[in-house]
Ligand binder design. Sequence first.
Ligand SMILES: NC(=O)c1ccc[n+]([C@@H]2O[C@H](COP(=O)([O-])OP(=O)(O)OC[C@H]3O[C@@H](n4cnc5c(N)ncnc54)[C@H](OP(=O)(O)O)[C@@H]3O)[C@@H](O)[C@H]2O)c1
Length: 374
Amino acid sequence: MESEKEQCKVEYTHLGKSGLKVSNICLGAMTFGKIEESPMAIFSCPTQADEEKAHGIMDRFVELGGNFIDTANIYCRGQSEHIVGTWLKKKSRDNVVVATKCRFSMSTEPNDQGLSRRHIIKCCEDSLERLQTDYIDLYQTHMWDDATPIEETLRTLDDLVRCGKIRYLGVSNLLGWQTQKVVDYTKFMGLAGFISMQQQYNLLTRHPELEEFQVCKTEGLGVLPWSPLRSGMLTGKYKRDEKMDPKSGRLAYDFEKNSQASYWTKYAKDTYWDIMAVVEKVAKTNGKTAAQVALRWLLQKDVVSSIIIGATSIKQLEENMSVGTGWCISKEDMETLDEASKPESASSYPYEMSRFGNTSRVNRFNPKPVVANI
Ligand SMILES: NC(=O)c1ccc[n+]([C@@H]2O[C@H](COP(=O)([O-])OP(=O)(O)OC[C@H]3O[C@@H](n4cnc5c(N)ncnc54)[C@H](OP(=O)(O)O)[C@@H]3O)[C@@H](O)[C@H]2O)c1
């Protein structure tokens, strides 16, 4: 029988420039809970986990060395946080790093949205109650709020850190200029800084490398890629000429419900199949699955601290966690994957010009040039 140590599938890394150590695989809890007939197809998908199944997935995650769980108030309207909370109650709270988020509305009340002082404090208190804990390790703004002055948002988050309800702060889904603005304002105002950025990042979505991740690199924010398998597209389980079985997963279910307006119809274009062919080739030569290649590719990117995986079964969890340690994609295969998935925008103005003018400008007294290396 494998010893506990041999079973460990992860490594522990610092989250950005902070002193907080997290497993390089984070478990996403968006698939915990279910809403019948939700306008967001994912929340009513048959593969969503009920409390018992979700607890089993979290138990196995911890057994394999995971210590980092990501949820949000909005996931199944609080059900996900509630399920994580009932599980946490049975565990040693201090051994788990719990991340959650605020920003979106949970009701139709006019003040129940955005990043105002009032809404952030209410969201934080509600999340603490659902999670059955008295502190949140990583509190993340789920998106930008155009209507609230940034000073109001940042001061409120700093207050929550100072009174002990939050340990660290993170952002999610920002543009490059917004990320830099958040970082600069916290510095100028002398407030608690941000240590992470949760952004969609995978072999089919690389645009954040050009702007947001340049800020992360220079300012010490660890990147936490969400949808690392692009909702299942990068697993290779859907074939080009095969009819999708609606029970086989989130994308197939959405396709059946929404047909022409579905995620699959929108994104399964020729470029996707071209990238998938390269991923599958690398997988075959390495004796791995497409999902493992797509996940490991992310882990080998220097801005990434931990990848937020989604799993609707223990089998998926184990397959995905197996990339955390003990195997690396070779330099040549990384280059092949990089080239095949290169975003079109990387060679457009002004990125191309910026790279051309700066790659030879090296001053050993300055940090490395921050020109996107793609
Ligand atoms: N900040 C944000 O705005 C934001 C947005 C989205 C997600 N997130 C976070 O990121 C987490 C992960 O996102 P995601 O669920 O979209 O991740 P993902 O890795 O792109 O997709 C996960 C889904 O793919 C399928 N899958 C996973 N591994 C598989 C495997 N080995 N073989 C076959 N199918 C597999 C499963 O769905 P099926 O079984 O149904 O196919 C699973 O739920 C979320 O839980 C959440 O914490 C954050």
